[in-house]
Each structure stands twice: as structure tokens, then as C-alpha cells.
Design a protein around this ligand. Sequence first.
Ligand code: GZL
Length: 333
Amino acid sequence: MKNKKIVAFLSAALLVTTMFIGCGTKAAPTSGTAAPAASKKIVIGFAQIGAESGWRDAETNSVKDIPIKNKDIELKFSDGQQKQENQIKAIRSFIAQKVDVIALAPVVESGWDTVLKEAKDAKIPVVLMDRTIKVADQSLFTTFIGSDFPLEGKNAAKFLTDKYGKTGKVNIVELQGTVGSSAQVDRMAGFKEGIKDFPGLKIIKSQTGDFTRAKGKEVMEAFLKSDGKNIQVLYAHNDDMAMGAIQAIEEYGLKPGKDITIVSIDGIKDAFTAMSQGKTNCIVECNPLLGPQLAQVARDLAAGKTVDKWVKSSEGVFAGAAEATKALPSRKY
Ligand code: GZL
């Protein structure tokens, strides 16, 4: 009898144990505990300037590519249509939506202190894209992802000082970018710095073409009307204005790239095509494909990492038809 009792007890104990082990290995019961939450997406609000140039479109596409390639990131996009007030409105909307990161391509350098203070008070980091700003409090932005504009201006000047040397008497006309943008201010300053020891190289006219092809053509027409055959060089702060100017030079009856030497900045495909045809002479590259850097900065910030104050683009200088022809097949924008 005693044995029977022991067997019964052990069987019952075994049954109970199995039940518990079963519970432990069964999938979590559906009621009472939530399914593991999907990891929270990082939301980036991007206040873009507009669509003034091929370069700008390439940057926009590179940023819009982020959520396609990075499922952990969501993008809210605003086109400022070249107006600072629209960008400020977009930043305020991103703050209201409590985004994780605000990315701003500032159309001009000044006028950002108030709205960026609101972002700081809301504890939302601000990442500057491709242009910098002038603010009293540098903590109003976390990092700048972009190029060294003074160096770009100096590289454009170096092509000319190498070509003409100290003896050349060279009249230069300059197509400036959007007035008050860091790209315009610093490319102009870098270029002036680059030619200051070459008195023969003289800027005889300088005016903004607002980084657009149409305005670049219009201003070049005015330069040709007033100074025509006295112009030996065009320095354009971006390729789009140079492309417009090439049209104006041809319509005026001169040969761009021969009668007038042309130097511009960006590195869009159209400029490389023109240089392969001998219509422009030097392209200083400025990389617009900043989406991957923005995604990485957003991820680092979300992970509580510190990021460099300047995430610098690396870029080259191209000159002559042979270099343009060789580079064209690999150009990405
Ligand atoms: C440069 C960028 C400039 C480009 C232009 O980083 O801000 O603005 O050179 C664009 O093509 O319009």
C-alpha cells in the first residue's frame, strides 16, 4: 500500500511539474502582457530651402532616401520655397510635432536665434545642412553637415592664378549665390583671398544670380551688354548660374570656355557635360549627397552619443575636357 501511495504522489508531482514547465516554455499568454513594442522610429523634420538648383534637388533626393534605406527613421519634409519665414514656420511645426531631430538648410545666415532657442527649449537638437548660420549662442545647433566654402572659393581662384600667373591682365565677372547665404558670403571671400596677390586679376562686376540658371543667364546678359569683349573670366558660385551664363555667352556670339574662361562650384552632371564639350573650364566640387551623414547623426543623437560640431564633406576640383569626360560616367548627381 505504502508503495502505491508513493507512486501516486510522485505521479501527481510529475504532472504538476510538467504543467509549470509547460507554462514556462509556452508562448507568452496573449492576455495581460503587451506584445514587445516595435522600437520607436527616429523622426527627423527637414526644413529644406527649396528647389533652386540641380544641386539642391540632389540633396533633397538624398535626404528623402533616408527612410527608404533606414526603416528606423521617419522623415517629415518641408520645402521653404526660398523663403526664411517658411523655414521658420516649418521649424515651429516640427517642434509642435515633437520630432526627435530638426534638420535645417538655412537659406541665409542670420535671423535664426529666436526659433532655434524655441527648439533648444523643447530639447530638440538642430542639425544644419549644407549651409551655416551666424548665431550668438553656438549651442543653438548641434552640428553642421557640409562643405568648406572659403576653400571652395580659394580653389576656384587657384585655377585662375595657375592659368594666368602674376602677369595676366584679366577682367573677371562674378555671379554670386543667394545674398546673405553662407555659401555666397564665404565663396566670395575665399575667392578674393585667393586672387589678392595677383593684381592683374580684377573683379570688374559682381552681382547675385540667386543660384538659379535663369537669373544667371539674365545677369550674364547684362554683364555682356556693359563689358562684352572686356570680360576674360566668369566665376560663378554654382554650376546652375554658370549654365545660364553659357547660354547668354553663346547668344552674344562668343565661345564659352574659350573667349571667356569659366569656373564654377557644385559638380552637377550638366557642368561636367559642358566641360567635356570645352564650354566651361573648371568645376570645384561641393557634395550634396548628405542624406547618409544626416541619418548617422540622427542615430548617434538618439543613442545619446556626442557628434562633431562639423561633419565635413570631402570633395575635389576638376579641370579640362579630358577630366570631365573621364569623370562623367561616375557622377552621381
Ligand atoms: C552649397 C549650397 C548651394 C549650392 C547651390 O552647400 O548651399 O546652394 O552650391 C545651392 O547650387 O543652390
